[in-house]
Design a binder for this molecule. Sequence first.
Ligand SMILES: [Zn+2]
Length: 68
Amino acid sequence: MSGYTANQATTAQDASGIDINARAVNYTCGDCDGDVQLKRGEPIRCRNCGHRVLYKKRTNRMVQFEAR
Ligand SMILES: [Zn+2]
């Protein structure tokens, strides 16, 4: 870490949102199918369309198209 100065004069805040380098989780929007990156404590919400249903990205792909 380099030169991180903690501001003690700021208002009391939760444990969330302190570390900028917190691990962000990648989600896929259930509506516009866009990539959404959310950090810890952030509300589940798409930034593109505002949809609130997001799917967590995983190693195994989701089956989107069923055989007809
Ligand atoms: Zn969306």
